[in-house]
Structure formats: structure tokens, C-alpha cells
Design a protein around this ligand. Structure first.
Ligand code: HEC
Ligand code: HEC
Ligand code: HEC
Ligand code: HEC
Length: 206
């Protein structure tokens, strides 16, 4: 390569580099620069999720790198505190009780060979849930119970990809917990009609 060609070649390279760097005011090097610039006008304006959380009683949890609020459950479960009745071992309770106490609970979750009431409920201390290895879980942290078997949904949920935020992404971040949407005894979400059901279309199809 002779010198003229070489300088020409270098010149081209510089031209390419500098022209690709050239930008006007509305263009940014990085997405973060853009976010920073665009959010300047909101500095000092406080956006809060508190108005949306309203009267919902919440508890703060920390899982991995994520700290957020979830609704309190213990104040919502009518038969809590369980030990009001479960002060004796189950076998004794069953002898006394003529009717099935929790007749309204039908387990439709995993295969019956795999799961029964004792998979999740602690016969020795009904006020707490039970892990597969026999440790206790607070009823407010029932998502940990679910996470044992549904780790993918749990990971997604922590980051906000499964489930729903209560007040959007504004701080403090509040998130619906698994049992707000899934009945633990029958977790399948039933398919349903859209809320604006078009009766005219149904007539036309008939
Ligand atoms: C009003 C009294 C009462 C309350 C409150 C109560 N239970 Fe029970 N529960 C019973 C009786 C009585 C039995 C035994 C008879 C039966 O199996 O139906 C029982 C049985 C059970 C069983 C065993 C069911 C089976 O088929 O083996 C589980 C699990 C259970 N209760 C969980 C709970 C949990 C969890 C709570 C609290 C969230 C709770 N109970 C609150 C009265 C109660
Ligand atoms: C997959 C785990 C799991 C299994 C299996 C399970 N439960 Fe539960 N149960 C839960 C969780 C979690 C809650 C708390 C839900 C909430 O926060 O509303 C609960 C709540 C309850 C309650 C209080 C709420 C209510 O509806 O009165 C009773 C009683 C109860 N379970 C009884 C039972 C009985 C009886 C069985 C067996 C037929 C059973 N559970 C099987 C996880 C389970
Ligand atoms: C001991 C393991 C175990 C635990 C604990 C557990 N699950 Fe499950 N869950 C299963 C299995 C097994 C299935 C069935 C999977 C299948 O049919 O493909 C299932 C199915 C489901 C489904 C799908 C139902 C459907 O048919 O679409 C949902 C939703 C679900 N579980 C939610 C929960 C929630 C919420 C909790 C916590 C309250 C929980 N699970 C706790 C094992 C578990
Ligand atoms: C805001 C409501 C909401 C919350 C909170 C929520 N889920 Fe779900 N979940 C859903 C819906 C909706 C589906 C999809 C049902 C369908 O497609 O049929 C689903 C599906 C699932 C399924 C079935 C497999 C799949 O991905 O389709 C599992 C398992 C499950 N959820 C577990 C969990 C667990 C564990 C948590 C808590 C860590 C949780 N969910 C929190 C609404 C919720």
C-alpha cells in the first residue's frame, strides 16, 4: 500500500467514526442518557403509588435484590387464627367433629398422589404454612410456599413479569401476591368471556 492510499484509507476510517458520533440535541449515546434528560422536568415532582394502595394493608418483603410491598393476608383469611380451633392434634379434632369442618375446600391442584392438605399445612402449628422440608412459613409469605415448585413464576413475579403491580411502577412498589389471584386449593385461572360480550355476534352465528 503506498502512502497516498494509506492516508486516504485512514481518512475514511476517521470520517466514518466521527460522522457516526455526530448527533443533534435530540439524539443520545445511551438510553440512560435519554431517560435522564427526559426526566429532568419531573425532578421535584413526586409520583407515588400510595393513592392506589389506599386502604390495603401491606407488608414489606425483601427477596434477593428486590424490596417491595405485598398485601397482608392474615387479616383477610376469615378462619385465621387457625389455633382458635386447632389447639389439639388433628386426629383428636376429627374424632370429635361429626361434619367436615372445611367442607368448602376441594383440592384441585397437583395430582392427589403428590399433594394433600399436609403438603402445605402444618398439623403441629396450623397458624403457619409448611415447606417440603418441614420448616414453617408465615401466611403473609405464602409466595415462598408456591416458589418451591413454581420457581420460574416466582423469579418472574419478583421482577414484575408475572402478576400485577398495584400502583404501577411508582414507588413504593406494591405487588399482588400469588394467592390474590390464584386460589391455592384450586389455582387454575378459569377461562372466561371478555367483559364486553357481543350478543349481536352470537345471534348472527346461530
Ligand atoms: C371453627 C374451627 C376451625 C378453624 C377456625 C379452623 N379449622 Fe381446620 N379443622 C377444624 C376441624 C374440627 C377439623 C377436623 C375435622 C375435619 O377434618 O373436617 C379441621 C381440619 C383441618 C385440616 C385437615 C383436613 C383433612 O381433611 O385432613 C386442615 C389442613 C385444616 N383444618 C386447616 C386449617 C387452617 C389452615 C386453618 C386456619 C387458616 C383452620 N383449619 C381453621 C376446625 C377449624
Ligand atoms: C398448595 C398448598 C396448599 C394445599 C395443598 C392446601 N392448602 Fe389450604 N391454604 C394454602 C394457603 C397458601 C392458604 C392461605 C391463602 C390466603 O392467603 O388466602 C390456605 C388457606 C387455607 C384455609 C383458610 C382459608 C379458608 O378458605 O378458610 C383453610 C381452612 C385451609 N387452607 C385448609 C386446607 C385443607 C383442608 C386442605 C386439604 C384439603 C388444604 N388447605 C390444602 C395452601 C394450601
Ligand atoms: C409441592 C409442589 C407445589 C406447591 C407447593 C405448589 N404447587 Fe402449584 N402446581 C404443582 C403441580 C405439580 C401442578 C400441576 C402442574 C401441571 O399440571 O402441569 C401445579 C399447578 C399449578 C398451577 C397451574 C394450574 C393449571 O392447571 O393451569 C398454578 C396456577 C399453580 N400451581 C399455582 C400455585 C400457587 C399459587 C401455589 C402457592 C399457594 C402453588 N401452586 C404451590 C405443584 C405445586
Ligand atoms: C395478578 C394476578 C397474578 C398473580 C399475582 C400471580 N399470577 Fe400466576 N397466573 C396469572 C394468570 C392470569 C395466569 C395465566 C393463566 C392462563 O394463561 O390460563 C397465571 C399462570 C400461572 C401458572 C401456570 C403456568 C403459566 O405460567 O401459565 C403458574 C404455575 C402460576 N401462575 C404461578 C404463580 C405464582 C407462583 C405466583 C406468585 C409468585 C403467581 N402465579 C402470581 C395471574 C397471576
Amino acid at each position: 500500500m503506498n502512502t497516498i492510499n494509506y492516508t486516504y484509507f485512514l481518512g475514511c476510517i476517521f470520517l466514518i467514526i466521527f460522522s457516526s458520533c455526530k448527533h443533534n440535541e435530540n439524539e443520545y449515546h445511551h438510553l440512560t442518557d435519554k431517560i435522564e434528560a427526559k426526566s429532568k422536568k419531573y425532578n421535584g415532582v413526586s409520583i407515588s403509588s400510595e393513592a392506589y394502595i389506599g386502604d390495603i394493608k401491606t407488608v414489606e418483603i425483601t427477596e434477593g435484590h428486590h424490596t417491595f410491598l405485598i398485601p397482608d393476608r392474615k387479616s383477610q383469611i376469615t378462619s385465621y387464627t387457625c389455633t382458635d380451633c386447632h389447639s389439639k392434634p388433628l386426629t383428636e379434632l376429627k374424632e370429635v367433629s361429626l361434619k367436615k369442618a372445611h367442607w368448602d375446600i376441594m383440592l384441585e391442584h397437583a395430582n392427589q398422589e403428590v399433594m394433600n392438605c399436609a403438603t402445605c399445612h402444618n398439623g403441629n402449628n396450623m397458624d403457619h404454612l409448611l415447606t417440603l422440608t418441614g420448616k414453617t412459613i408465615d401466611f403473609n409469605k405464602s409466595y415462598r410456599l408456591c416458589a418451591q415448585c413454581h420457581s420460574n413464576q416466582f423469579e418472574d413475579w419478583k421482577g414484575g413479569a408475572h402478576g400485577k403491580n398495584i400502583g404501577g411502577w411508582a414507588n413504593p412498589r406494591a405487588v399482588m401476591t400469588c394467592v390474590n389471584c390464584h386460589n391455592p386449593h384450586k389455582p387454575k385461572i378459569e377461562s372466561r368471556w371478555p367483559s364486553r360480550f357481543n350478543t349481536q355476534k352470537v345471534k348472527e352465528r346461530e
